[in-house]
Design a protein. Sequence first.
Length: 167
Amino acid sequence: MKCPLCGKTDDKVIESRQNQSGTTIRRRRECIGCGYRFTSYEHIEEVPIMVIKRSGRRENFDLKKIEYGVMRALEKRPVTHAAIEDLLHGIEDEAAMMSRSTHEIRSETIGDLVLEKLFSLDKVAYVRFASVYRQFEDVKEFIRVIDDLGPDAEPIHDESRPDGELF
Ligand SMILES: [Zn+2]
């Protein structure tokens, strides 16, 4: 694979790891030219997971979209790249397990998964993601998710509080 740093195509695999459901293999690679380490992923292509949107529309499950939202929530937070990778692939892993029989998953289920993972990783990122998520999803559904996560999330219940004061 082409090294993202120097562009050489010689590399060696230093670690291979399969996810729990066996749908993804993650390989740590090291460039022979410059020693830079990077990660590649192998996914099964034949049966894509379809995401059912609230509108009923379906689209392919796209980890990049989730990554975009998660990265925005984690901006300037003291969280390692490895922890973010673990979080994203944990979400992919669970989504694959949940959709194993139907190959479908609801967008709300994915939102809940992201919230749960962020909650245990970084509370500030959790609140950021939750406040964006709330703009696009039904408020009652959102509050139910917060309730499920426990009393630590209490301040978010206060609907009169302007978003800016949450941080
Ligand atoms: Zn290189």
